[in-house]
Design a protein around this ligand. Structure first.
Ligand SMILES: [Zn+2]
Length: 307
């Protein structure tokens, strides 16, 4: 256990290096307390990581409500108000929030805009088979990449609010330790699934980086692109893929209609799981943080594939 913990901590070199770069310079004048800064994150999942760093020192607000897809979201007037008040805006980027750019131009005039997916670079960025020529935006579902997000969040909050930089760094160090434990636990749980059963078909292509990290085969997604329904031919091809690859379950999220997942599962003679959480947190206490959401997801995946 001690060895595992050490290994996890050592693996986080990149995130910790980024954190140390973001430390407020020694002896820098500390600003007088001036109340909370207001910070906006586009999704509830990203807002959870921001809240973990912000702690009590900043007010964090998510734009996309719980249970709504950020990939097909239509902004509301309250989003304009939130952006007008924001000191920092965190977006995922990489094509997740196509509705945001115009809002930022018109409303986030006083904010630093941080694209969290920029924290993942080079070969770590992957193209989803279902988004040809486009980056798959769902980096945060790999806890190792979530660590990089936390480091980027810490840099941005410390720059915007230097008086609380020490608190942000202390909170980030604790969150990164939690993410490392989550990663180790996930590896152990996924390892209990027989190798030939480690295959997922999902509603949309959110699980690409998670699957790549933990050795699951990403067989396909029901939605060919955000908000687009598959044709009968697409569904027939997926049913065949499910059969050939001995896929044991189709995974979907509560924000999407279960109809297509059920149709596919019935066609392939396998089960349906409709309570994975990825773009959005859930609305119960156990699903109200990134870590809680991921532990629920891993438990659900292991139950569906490992039995
Ligand atoms: Zn998504």
């Amino acid at each position: 256990m001690i060895l595992d913990r050490c290994k996890g901590l050592c693996l986080s070199g990149i995130a910790l290096a980024l954190l140390s770069c973001a430390h407020a310079p020694a002896g820098a004048p500390s600003a007088a307390p001036s109340g909370h800064i207001v910070v906006v994150a586009t999704t509830s999942t990203l807002a959870s990581l921001v809240r973990a760093v912000a702690g009590d020192a900043a007010t964090v607000q998510a734009l996309v409500p719980i249970g709504v897809s950020p990939e097909t979201y239509e902004p509301a007037p309250r989003d304009v108000v939130a952006l007008e008040n924001a000191s920092v805006v965190f977006e995922n980027g990489a094509g997740l929030e196509t509705w945001l750019a115009r809002l930022i131009t018109t409303s986030a005039t006083h904010a630093h805009v941080i694209i969290l997916s920029d924290a993942v670079t080079g070969a770590n960025r992957g193209e989803s088979p279902y988004r040809p020529q486009a980056t798959n935006p769902h980096f945060w579902l790999d806890p190792n990449y979530a660590e990089l997000y936390v480091a980027r969040i810490t840099q941005a909050l410390s720059a915007a609010d230097p008086a609380n930089a020490n608190a942000y760094h202390a909170n980030a160090t604790a969150e990164i330790a939690r993410l490392q434990q989550l990663d180790l636990w996930t590896r152990k749980r996924i390892a209990t699934i027989p190798v030939q059963q480690r295959a997922m078909i999902t509603f949309h292509d959110a699980w690409y980086y998670f699957d790549r990290r933990y050795g699951l085969r990403d067989i396909g997604a029901i939605e060919p692109s955000p908000g687009r329904e598959p044709s009968a031919k697409d569904l027939a091809a997926l049913i065949e893929l499910a059969r050939v690859n001995h896929v044991r379950a189709i995974f979907a999220e509560p924000e999407f209609s279960p109809r297509l997942a059920k149709q596919l599962a019935d066609g392939a003679g396998i089960s349906t799981v409709t309570d994975l959480y990825d773009d959005s947190l859930g609305d119960t206490p156990g699903l109200s943080t990134y870590e809680g959401m991921m532990r629920h997801n891993v438990t659900t995946i292991v139950q569906a594939l490992g039995s």
